[in-house]
Write a new protein. Sequence first.
Length: 745
Amino acid sequence: MKKILAFSILAITIILTLPVNAQDSSRDDVESKITQLLSEMTIEEKVGQMTQITLGMPTRKDKDGVLEFEMDSLRIALLDYHVGSILNTAGVAHSLEKWHEIITTIQDVSLKESRMKIPVIYGIDAIHGAGYTLGATLFPQSIAMAATRNLELMEKGAEITAYETRASGIPWNFNPVLGMGREPLWPRHWETFGEDVYLTTQMGAAYVRGQQGGNIGDPTRVAACLKHYLGYSIPTSGRDRTPALIPERTLREILLPPFQKGIEEGCLTVMVNSGEINGIPTHSDSYVLNDILKGELNFQGFVVSDWADIRRLHSRDRVADSPKEAVRMAVMAGVDMSMVPTDFSFPILLAELVKDGDVPESRIDDAVRRILRVKFKLGLFENPYPNKSLSENFASEESNSANYKAASEVITLLENEDNTLPLSKNAKVLVTGPSANKLSLLNGGWTITWQGNVERLYPQDELTILEAVQEKIGKENVTYVEGVDFEKDINSADAIKAAENVDAVILCLGEPTYCETPGNIDNLGMSESQINFALEIAKTGKPVILVLVEGRPRVISKIVPHMEAIIMAYLPGMKGGEVISDVLFGDTNPSGKLPFTYPNGVNGYTTYDYKPVLNHRDIGFSAQWEFGHGLSYTTFNYSNLSLDKGEYLMDDTIQISVDVKNTGTVNGKESVELYVTDLFGSVSRPVKQLKRFEKIELKPGELKTVQFEIDKNDLSFFGRENKRITESGEFIVALGDQKANFFIK
Ligand code: BGC
């Protein structure tokens, strides 16, 4: 095995140092190998490559619940139906060794027993770490990572996730989610990077770089998957997999840029939106898939369907009058691989469609070429088996500390009346609320199981909020009473009584663990049991510090005035307990900034980049906290905002600088955020938009000059003709409380 590793590292080094024309020839070489393979493959073998099934299909659980292959079923899948891809974990996370056994068994059949000997590409949802491998490093979820505003931490986290996924023998990860988090009811809000286009674009790009690296043949990297293309995240009803109405301008200006950037970063795969846009289910939308993705964006990788979504064109959306027509529509719209995933209907129907002349073989060849290209790029032909030597650095100390760093920059201090925080380490505290003592709630979905809610499977050596607080100030100083759960009272009277004997209450509220459709809600408000409990606890007169552990902003306007301090933890991952406790007691100075606008009412959600009409007369924009809000234990002063000119020509670069000083008494990190307002536009323009950010660290008294450059692309939008344009006129740039105007001639 060592030899193979040494060989592939040598191969990578050679490729990386190859001159450009040699890289071209290695690309040509791959393409000609694919041409050769295609010329030898039967229709059945080709449509098999386009088929993905779930691991549950060829396996069963033995009497002790241990997953094992039914070899006959596996052979039917791989040898009779020539299946090219398998996904999922079939229930719960497996050990590294079990994954090695699973992948090896699959590749053995495909490589040793099949005619074409094409490796299977295995795919998994490793969305905040290799969550389906036991003991993996589990980072904050994406919404929380967006709060760090730290691209280095994002890239590092994605790199470690790639490593641990690959160490499990799995070369393909169904992440990042690049839908915009602009509809907080949507139960997958926490899988996004929040509501801002620029932030999502930058975070997504950093994620792809971390996953795929400079050279995707690197055996410690994986293929990433941009999902769910396009428009999945803003369903009109707020419910998962329901229709969206999206004007062309919004589609192109708000939803497309993160995908475009991900493709520019070389992302190898894209997964389709499970829902529909303007009445057209995306799995059948040739405009979105063929014209925009493969045409305009020149995407060369492959497009995978989402779970069972081709069949649903018939059974759910009824745009196809038979399952066969559904297959035809999806393949002709540009879907290259079907996540079927529980039967062989797709390859059977597709082979018939080709034989009947309803799907041209050239379309099949194109899809298979794309899939084989990714398999070649990933090095699967040379190295299809798990590389066991990677186990050594799986969940290493270094990865653990990268996770801690990421989590500590997540925490966002929303309120801190009279500097209630940090608490003294001599304080006696009551820790209470449903989120106080569960690791599952810190991690959320896609963790160990799909819903992430099987608490007993979580690693015992990681700390909940309660345990971390106990460790910090001593068990004897901490009283714990659960109080309420998400639905009902448990022992709130005991909690209220216990509050009498402490200096402060740490009240941990939020949401249960959920994922996808089971997380649908009808009301964005925080549950009544929790709101009532918070009000009762506040009546004790003790300072209450509210810690929010939630994947979407649940409305808490009734209780905000009664809380002395409020911390937003989002879904901070496995280190969440520790970093929350470190922030509470001042060992970490919080530096997160909200990646979404926290609403103060359950209806009429408005993002921070709203239109000017909302500032007009009595309509009014109001929010609990706006996108970008986040306090610190120190203070930062902004001064000397300066631009290199006051007037620019259209093609000029605009150079902007600002001084930021730490005017408080402790070290602090600050995301310096540059917003631009386009004062007048032919289409109504947002009141402001984030265009750049940079996270800096300052010691007390230290000053840094931060420089940014923007150009006409940053000032562009989709005009009345639905084409990207930049208009001349007046703009405002804002950094902290500093503002300056400039003109484009
Ligand atoms: C989800 C995808 C996921 C897929 C495979 C689907 O239900 O929508 O995000 O990648 O399942 O697990």
